[in-house]
Design a protein around this ligand. Structure first.
Ligand SMILES: CC(C)(COP(=O)(O)OP(=O)(O)OC[C@H]1O[C@@H](n2cnc3c(N)ncnc32)[C@H](O)[C@@H]1OP(=O)(O)O)[C@@H](O)C(=O)NCCC(=O)NCCS
Length: 198
């Protein structure tokens, strides 16, 4: 992934690389490892190590190997959120894999794994800036079919942020994604074609 810098709604975005690792790590540590120590490894091919330190070291090794595509969103100098994306081979561990495979027609070029905004920064457009930056990165990488697996939020009781680790459907809808199929009671495959950057 190119270590590009993009801007949206007053935020800037940079790629997660060895150079930006400390910014990412500070955000994860301020949020107790995210989900108690996931360190955002759950969608990668490599399995959870079972420990906070092990997951941190695994993520760091993947970043050092150039095997992670992830945009970090900055408010000034502070990293306040991220969105992880990649090819299906890079991010094979999606939720609801059986339901996903049951009606699979074609694998996407790209998929969005997880999305996260620091707990003190929610409701201010950070996730929107993160997905907008991913759209720009995918376009720069040649475009293609991009999938997300968000949670339905309308016609449903309000959900706490933690349940929305794949993002809220309304966010993707507002960025041009459309429903393709349901893979869980409240989770959808959504798709958007991204044109290559011109
Ligand atoms: C879901 C989450 C990413 C949203 O981030 P955010 O920065 O607060 O979202 P934004 O402010 O950019 O909101 C964008 C849109 O998403 C929707 N949205 C955001 N949070 C929502 C919520 N809790 N319920 C319903 N819709 C929501 C809204 O439609 C909003 O659009 P609007 O501003 O026009 O109303 C955030 O709550 C979060 O990080 N939760 C934890 C997820 C997690 O645990 N990830 C771990 C991955 S391993």
């Amino acid at each position: 992934m190119a270590a590009t810098e993009t801007a949206s709604d007053g935020y800037s975005a940079r790629a997660l690389t060895p150079q930006t690792w400390s910014d990412f790590a500070a955000l994860v540590e301020a949020n107790r490892g995210v989900w108690g120590g996931c360190w955002c490894v759950g969608f990668h091919a490599e399995p959870f190590t079972g420990s906070y330190d092990g997951n941190r070291d695994l993520k760091r090794a993947l970043v050092d190997a150039g095997a992670v595509r992830q945009v970090l969103v900055y408010d000034g100098d502070d990293c306040v959120g991220w969105c992880q994306y990649g090819t299906p081979d890079e991010l094979p561990s999606i939720k609801n894999p059986k339901a996903y495979a049951a009606e699979l027609d074609v694998l996407p070029t790209w998929r969005i794994g997880c999305i996260f905004t620091g707990s003190r920064h929610r409701g201010r457009g950070v996730a929107r800036a993160a997905v907008t930056a991913v759209l720009a990165e995918v376009a720069a990488a040649g475009g293609g079919l991009l999938e997300a697996y968000p949670e339905q939020v309308v016609d449903r009781k309000p959900q706490r942020g933690a349940y929305l680790h794949t993002g809220p459907e309304s966010l993707y809808e507002s960025l041009g994604f459309v429903r393709h199929r349901r893979i869980a009671k409240w989770r959808w495959v959504m798709r958007r074609q991204v044109d290559p950057a011109g």
